[in-house]
Write a protein that binds this ligand. Structure first.
Ligand SMILES: *Cc1c(COP(=O)(O)O)cnc(C)c1O
Length: 387
């Protein structure tokens, strides 16, 4: 493929992507395929001669799309959201084009410096204590790791940092705070209190790729003392050394991680933060929380159902009053119908359904339709159970 063809195919691909996203509701959210479906659909060896691009794209529809779970469908309510926005996709194209491997400052200075600044931007959006920001970072050490979770995956519950934190500090235990999903919400002042106590933590992590409109993967982690990481991961063969490395002015991210190489991920944060602004991101979070409460109130209006955990952010845990078996059967019916996609969890021995507000494009109508669908399946199930 030369540059002329790339220009043409690139435009086509952008159209394909926009059509895919805008038309995603027309696709069944969960695929019909069985394990092993793909192998018979393609040759058993790579082609000796190049294939035509048209044939590859035809196969995307024929081979790939039938086996795709459409995470960005407004009928997807499983797991947690994973962010998706057009600015992030554009930035990912640019990232692919620059194609640098940012293991040291010298290997691509913009890659390192933008990442440092974006993590500061994001830390400030969350009002993280200054000790976590690169502008202010110091040095030190830590020992055993205790993980407290803000927004657990099963039911979005919150550990009490203000209780566990002082104990960890007193006993010299490393305290890591995992807010993978919930962290994005802390950019809204009304949810920031959920992060109180983070000042006791040694490290803090959340995933902008979950709820902040940044496409996978983008997981942001802050440490109070960067030497805690660089002391463990430092890797300094002479061929990676460069003239600025001991200046104290730069960061070499290869010392912060297990792998050597590093993608230019901060580009997509930069694009998204600038295109949405903090206000746009806050509006996205608030809309999802609002929709979760709307679903919660629908569940509460139906006496056959119960809500099983406090709805704090965008997740509603609910079940039919009755046995675990009954709820497993309900989920089976939902999964077989494939009109919406949900996953379950266990809460204190009870089988519970999780309804997570996921897609960027989900609207009240989708939530209402999903609930009506669940109610219909539940009625049929309860009728069958009575016979
Ligand atoms: C989603 C989630 C994770 C997984 O995060 P990865 O960065 O994909 O490994 C971890 N912890 C919690 C609480 C989560 O919700």
């Amino acid at each position: 493929m030369d540059a002329t063809e790339f220009r043409r195919r690139g435009r086509e691909m952008v159209d394909y992507i926009a059509d895919y996203i805008e038309g995603i509701e027309g696709r069944q959210v969960y695929p019909d395929v069985e394990p092993g479906y793909l192998r018979p659909l393609i040759p058993s060896c790579a082609p000796q001669e190049p294939d035509a691009y048209e044939d590859i794209m035809k196969d995307v529809e024929k081979v790939i799309m039938p086996g795709v779970t459409h995470w960005h469908s407004p009928r997807f309510f499983a797991y947690f959201p994973t962010g998706s926005s057009y600015p992030a996709m554009l930035a990912d194209m640019l990232c692919g084009a620059i194609g640098c491997i940012g293991f040291s400052w010298a290997s691509s200075p913009a890659c390192t410096e933008l990442e440092t600044v974006m993590l500061d931007w994001l830390g400030k959006m969350l009002q993280l204590p200054e000790a976590f920001l690169a502008e202010k970072a110091g040095s030190g050490g830590g020992v055993i790791q205790v993980v407290a979770t803000l927004g657990t995956t099963s039911c979005c519950s919150f550990d009490r940092l203000s209780e566990v934190g002082p104990v960890c500090n007193r006993e010299d235990l490393w305290l890591h705070v995992d807010a993978a999903y919930a962290g994005s919400a802390f950019i809204c002042p009304e949810f920031r209190h959920l992060l109180n106590g983070v000042e006791f933590a040694d490290s803090f992590n959340f995933n902008p790729h979950k709820w902040l409109l940044v496409n996978f993967d983008c997981s942001a982690m802050w440490v109070k003392k960067r030497v805690d990481l660089t002391g463990a991961f430092k890797l300094d063969p002479v061929y990676l050394q460069h003239s600025h490395q001991d200046s104290g002015l730069i960061t070499d991210y290869r010392h912060w991680q297990l792998p050597l190489g590093r993608r230019f991920r901060s580009l997509k944060m930069w694009f998204v933060f600038r295109m949405y602004g903090v206000k746009g991101l806050q509006a996205h979070i608030r809309k999802h929380v609002q929709l979760a409460h709307e679903f919660e109130s629908l569940v509460r209006q139906d006496p056959r159902f119960e809500v099983c955990a406090e709805v704090t952010l965008g997740l509603v845990c609910f079940r039919l009053k009755g046995s675990n078996k009954l709820n497993e059967d309900l989920l089976d019916r939902i999964s077989s119908a494939k009109k919406i996609h949900l996953v379950p969890c266990h809460l204190r021995g009870r089988f519970v359904l999780r309804f997570a507000i996921c897609a960027r494009t989900v609207e009240p109508a989708h939530v209402q339709q999903a609930w009506a669908h669940i109610q219909t399946l539940a009625s049929a199930l309860l009728e069958a159970a009575q016979e």
